[in-house]
Design a protein around this ligand. Structure first.
Ligand code: PLP
Length: 419
């Protein structure tokens, strides 16, 4: 299936190259995967073994251009030398102590998140869902502390994605993630994304907070219309509601600002980050204002692994990098380059591509049909991407990607769309 001109062996490819008498390492591993991994993912049929920058190699030594970046996680590229060096040094020093004690990396990371956002308090956890869970728990406690316990409802949006825990899947505005897990948690209402009037009408004496993604990532890379987030901010101010931002996919430089809400010149009351924060090591954070932070006092919330020294060390390198204006500018520039060229491709392919969307290095190419088969074809041609929603091909590469590599990705996408 792999076209020979796209198949490139790495210099250190495994001793048994693909197609030889030794058989396929990919196949062997996938058979083992089939036996004991929970079959909850629709995994692409390759086993990835090694990565460098925006390239990864599978178990048979085949190289791929990775423009998915671990679903928007590997911000600085695979095995970025500075991240590797920092994590190795930390690995020789201290791995884990729990939050019974302090450790240096998480303190520095809290300082960096606070300096970059303007919100004073950080709570660390291990994933995006947990970071959102913390925001939701925060909202409930804040309303109790204010003497308005009847305010527990969170307004969220159709087509959103907030995670897979019971609370965050209840907050998610897509039935496919909820099916079979009912009863869902009460206290969520879903409104049309971008419809400020609908939100205004939905606010009532029971409303505690609004939870929103600046760009709906899993929902197909759909940005909030201009003014929407600012409108939500004003609505929250007018009614004493908390504006909770889910920056799990958009945060940490992905859109060309450290946090996507900064494009709008607004500040939420709290926000969540995770995906790009640890360059692929699992770490999430909920960041909130000094005043709100008081509602989660000693004993009220926690996480055993939260702020783990290895993950926080990786995150400190990522944060130092993404706070550099030049890096952020390059993310915007490269994203704009991709969008321009994808739009040219759209013109050339007349109707096959229906829309090109994105900001910074979070891009979606919407097709006039299912994106799944195109993603598969791209892989066969040596490009890794995935779907976001039914019809959208998502690109979320490392910020270190070059314009030439983005062009190469689009060239492969074009080829995939023509076969
Ligand atoms: C990925 C994602 C989550 C969930 O993060 P996990 O680490 O998988 O729990 C939540 N919200 C958004 C916007 C996401 O993109």
């Amino acid at each position: 299936m792999h076209s020979p001109q796209k198949v490139q062996l790495s210099p250190q490819s495994p001793s048994t190259p693909p197609g030889t008498a030794g058989g396929s390492h990919n196949t062997e591993w996938m058979e083992r995967a089939g036996a004991h991994l929970l079959q909850n993912y629709k995994q692409q049929p390759i086993v990835l073994e090694r990565g460098e920058g925006v390239y990864v190699w599978d178990a048979d030594g085949r190289r791929y251009l990775d423009l998915l970046g671990g679903i928007a996680t590997v911000a600085l590229g695979h095995c970025h030398p500075e991240v590797v060096a920092a994590v190795k040094a930390q690995a020789d020093k201290l791995w884990h102590v729990s939050n019974v004690f302090y450790s240096e990396p998480s303190i520095e990371l809290a300082e960096q998140l606070s300096a970059a956002s303007g919100l004073a308090r950080a709570f660390f956890c291990n994933s995006g869902a947990e970071a959102n869970e913390a925001q939701l728990k925060l909202a409930r406690r804040v309303m109790k502390d204010r003497g308005t316990p009847e305010r527990f409802e969170v307004l969220a949006f159709e087509n959103s994605f907030h995670g897979r825990t019971l609370a965050t899947v209840s907050a998610t505005g897509q039935a496919k993630y909820q099916k079979g897990f009912e009863p869902l948690m009460p206290g969520f209402r879903h409104l049309p994304y971008g419809d400020l009037e609908a939100v205004r009408k939905a606010v009532g004496p029971q409303t505690a907070a609004i939870l929103v993604e600046p760009i709906q990532g899993e929902g197909g890379v759909r940005a909030a219309p201009p003014g929407f987030l600012r409108g939500l901010r004003e609505l929250c101010d007018a009614h004493g509601l908390l504006l909770l931002m889910d920056e799990v996919q958009t945060g940490i430089g992905r859109t060309g600002k450290v946090f996507a809400f900064q494009h709008e010149g607004i500040l939420p009351d709290a926000f969540s980050v995770a995906k790009a924060l640890g360059n692929g090591l699992p770490i999430g954070a909920m960041v909130c204002s000094e005043a709100l932070g008081k509602s989660l006092p000693v004993g009220s919330h926690g996480s055993t692994f939260g702020g783990n020294p290895l993950a926080a060390t990786a995150a400190n390198v990522v944060m130092r990098k993404v706070r550099e204006p030049e890096l952020l500018a390059s993310v915007e520039r490269k994203g704009a380059h991709f969008i321009r060229h994808a739009q040219k491709l759209q013109e050339r392919l007349g109707g096959r591509i229906t829309e090109v969307r994105g900001r910074g290095l979070l891009m979606g190419v919407e097709l006039n049909g299912e994106a799944g088969p195109v993603v598969n074809r791209c892989r066969e041609l040596g490009l890794l991407v995935n779907t976001a929603g039914e019809r959208t091909v998502r690109f979320a590469p490392a910020y270190t990607v070059t314009e030439a590599q983005l062009d190469e990705g689009l060239r492969i996408l074009e080829q995939a769309l023509q076969t």
